[in-house]
Design a protein. Structure first.
Length: 175
């Protein structure tokens, strides 16, 4: 019987399970979408939802409680500056689980655990970003070419000016 069973130990030791849950929650906040098994996702969701609820109110106390669980400072900062304010109007249910199917090797039920307001990167945005990235190196190479062309021209005019200065005193002496 499963009376009073509060959580799924996932067939792991306590230390291993806690470390795995911390890593998965950190990855969820970093990428806002992770792929895992169904049982792991259901356990990780509990911790993620509680941390997001804490992050709605940015206080030192809430940050310290979240810092016990999330070791990465950048992710902790992202949680309190981006994710918490984004979820301000929601009363709960910050994550969703989308079923993908079964894993090839062991037939485990694989799911996607993501934040509710996760937006897929659209192909239009990718197409807009790629030409900008391609144009920038071309502009740099054009600037380098123009600098190399200008540099010899400056040297030539400088040598002409020096020879002209030398010739001018010599012409004055001849007079």
């Amino acid at each position: 019987m499963n009376h009073r069973t509060g959580f799924n130990p996932l067939s792991r030791t306590t230390a291993h399970r806690r470390a795995m849950e911390r890593n998965m929650v950190t990855s969820l906040f970093r990428f806002e979408r992770i792929t895992t098994t169904s049982s792991k996702a259901k356990e990780v969701r509990k911790y993620a939802e509680k941390l997001i609820t804490r992050s709605k109110v940015d206080t030192v106390h809430n940050r310290r409680i979240a810092a016990k669980f999330i070791q990465d400072e950048k992710i902790l900062n992202k949680l309190f500056t981006e994710l918490g304010p984004r979820m301000k109007d929601r009363k709960g249910g910050y994550t969703r689980i989308l079923k993908m199917g079964f894993r090839q090797g062991d037939a485990a039920d694989v799911v996607i655990l993501e934040l509710v307001d996760y937006k897929l990167p659209s192909e239009d945005n990718k197409a807009k970003e790629e030409p900008k990235a391609k144009k920038a190196p071309k502009a740099e190479s054009a600037e380098k070419k123009s600098e190399t062309k200008k540099a010899p021209a400056k040297k030539a005019t400088a040598t002409k000016a020096k020879t002209a200065k030398k010739a001018a005193p010599a012409a004055e002496e001849a007079k």
